[in-house]
Design a protein around this ligand. Structure first.
Ligand code: SF4
Ligand code: SF4
Length: 56
């Protein structure tokens, strides 16, 4: 299961550079994780200030 970003994302951008496989990108209203690219490392979840990232 890939990690997912919920609607508590405030688009701060902190998670994007943490991803080793560039699975995170900015969307229109929040950041998104490409499920097919995510390798479930969990690096992004630790830096999110709102706890928006969790294992899906
Ligand atoms: Fe990238 Fe790892 Fe987060 Fe998946 S869990 S989006 S691979 S940093
Ligand atoms: Fe959104 Fe959290 Fe990523 Fe910031 S770190 S862009 S709040 S998911």
């Amino acid at each position: 299961m890939a990690y997912v970003i919920d609607d508590s994302c405030v688009s701060c951008g902190a998670c994007e550079p943490q991803c080793p496989v560039e699975a995170i990108s900015a969307g229109d209203s929040q950041y998104n994780i490409d499920a097919d690219t995510c390798i479930d490392c969990g690096s992004c979840a630790g830096v999110c200030p709102t706890g928006a990232i969790s294992q899906g």
